[in-house]
Write a protein of this length. Sequence first.
Length: 190
Amino acid sequence: MQNIPLVTMLFIGVNLDFFVILLFLLQKYSFKETLLGYELGMLFVFGVSALAGQLIQSFIPEWGIGFLGLIPIYMGIKGEADDDEETTSHSRKGIIAVLLMYLVSCGADNIAVYVPVLATMPSTSIIITMIYFIILTVISLTLAYFFGQLPIIKNIFERWGAPLSRIIYILIGLFVMIDTGLIKHVIQLV
């Protein structure tokens, strides 16, 4: 790894906003489900950035990525799933929900930030950086878990967690659609 402070700041910078979302996700899904979804999302984004970040920008206009914003909006409108579903099904749904939330809220921005940094690294440094990011993901999720266990935070989530998370999902979706220029593009078409 070329520069530990640089890649540490890179990870923190692109995942800081997701830390707040982790607080909500940990109230809804188990630590294991959240960890697996978060790790899979981070690894996917990292892999795309390291291998094909430039190609994505060539084939898909930035505004096209904005359609991904519909996923958290749907999750926010739909709300809670039925509680009588099987545990394994719920577990998979939790992992997929966290994965999708990470990809939608962080994917495009993280790719845009990762690509220039990773493009300057040799292959061995990229692999070491990926392993380092896996460790940082576990650390950030653990911090979010313990922060979410503080009595005042726990009380807020118990009382307002479900409606707040639905609102946040919808806002994330709208932000993605605005940030990628999708809404501006649609307005120009009309």
